[in-house]
Design a protein around this ligand. Structure first.
Ligand code: PHE
Length: 339
């Protein structure tokens, strides 16, 4: 039995030494020390020994068991350390290697110019207002002095949700919404999307953007309108820029005008950009009609105001010399990456 124990001990030592993974060690633990293991089966034969032999054999068996356990623990620690080292080596970062470039997006040309316009008006003390794109007929037409059957409705045909609800054709409904909410002095711009039933071509889109402006206070006159919009034109197109007011008609302003800026390409002499005119139209404007003030709950005998509506797409196209509006909506990366 002594030989048998020595044999187990040396076999175990050798196998443990050769083990190359924690799983293999675990197998050895079962093979030698487990319930059905080799050492255990030897111990079961102890009963056959004489009373004198038994204590010595018992002690030897315990030493062998302790020895095997110790070896397994040592080897296990060794294997774990080795595994960790291999993992650390594999995870080494070469901090001198060049990084992977991260693709960073940038603003769409419409947003670039809109943000600029916002910045300019915020600097003049305006606030930014907002209104729904799905709008009531009342705000889009009725409250703006465009009753049912008015011919101005035909030029702004749109998409109706119900008889009373439509996709707004202009940002002007925000004027009335703001007046209902705020008391003068009012100084807001309201940029946003508008919809018209237009076929797509180089200068038309059924969805486009306007920037509405509204100023209401005591003693506001047409010269305030002109001064503010001249300031805008100079900021957008340079100090030398001039503006011109042309009489026009809008049902919700009286008097009304369209405002042109001197062509920023030729300075007014006439070139292909301005189609030989020397001037480029950028917005419609006027003094807020007394009826519209009234509809907004403001007394037209005490207050007056001006309003304007800028076509954002036009500003952007002139600004970046883009000749086809569709480019702004096509999401063609080759185009968009140029800004
Ligand atoms: N809403 C008008 C349009 O879409 C523009 C405008 C706004 C005119 C404000 C006057 C005052 O054509």
């Amino acid at each position: 039995m002594r030989e048998k124990l020595e044999e187990i001990k040396s076999a175990a030592s050798r196998l443990i030494e050769e083990a190359d993974a924690p799983a293999a060690l675990e197998e050895l633990r079962v093979k030698f020390l487990g319930k059905k293991g080799e050492l255990t089966s030897i111990l079961k034969m102890m009963g056959k020994l004489s009373a004198e032999e038994r204590p010595a054999m018992g002690q030897l068996a315990n030493t062998v068991r302790a020895e095997i356990e110790k070896r397994i623990d040592e080897k296990s620690a060794e294997l774990k350390a080795k595994e960790k080292e291999i993992r650390l080596r594999a995870e080494t970062l070469d901090i001198t290697a060049p990084g992977k470039p991260v693709a960073i997006g940038h603003k769409h040309p419409l947003s670039i110019v809109l943000d600029e316009v916002k910045e300019i008006f915020l600097g003049m003390g305006f606030q930014i207002a907002d209104g729904p794109e799905v709008e009531y007929d009342y705000y889009n037409f009725e409250a703006l002095n465009i009753p049912k059957g008015h011919p101005a409705r035909d030029t702004q045909d749109t998409f109706y949700i119900t008889d009373n609800i439509l996709l707004r054709t202009q940002t002007s409904p925000v004027q009335v919404r703001v007046m209902e909410q705020q008391k003068p002095p009012i100084r807001v711009i309201a940029p946003g999307r508008v919809y018209r039933s237009d076929a797509v071509d180089a200068t038309h889109s059924p969805i486009f953007h306007q920037i509405e402006g509204l100023v209401v206070d005591k003693g506001i006159t047409m010269s305030d309108l002109k001064g503010n919009l001249l300031a805008l034109a100079k900021r957008l197109y340079g100090e030398q820029t001039r503006i011109r007011l042309r009489p026009h008609h809008f049902p919700f302003t009286e008097p009304s005008c369209e405002i042109d800026v001197s062509c920023f390409r030729c300075g007014g002499k006439g070139c292909p950009m301005c189609k030989g005119e020397g001037w480029i139209e950028i917005l419609g404007a006027g003094m807020v009609h007394p009826k519209v003030l009234q509809n907004g709950g403001i007394d037209p005998d005490v207050y007056s105001g001006y309003a304007f509506g800028i076509g954002l797409e036009r500003l952007v196209m002139f600004r970046f010399n883009i000749d086809d509006m569709r480019l702004l909506y096509d999401n063609d990366m080759r185009f968009l990456e140029q800004f």
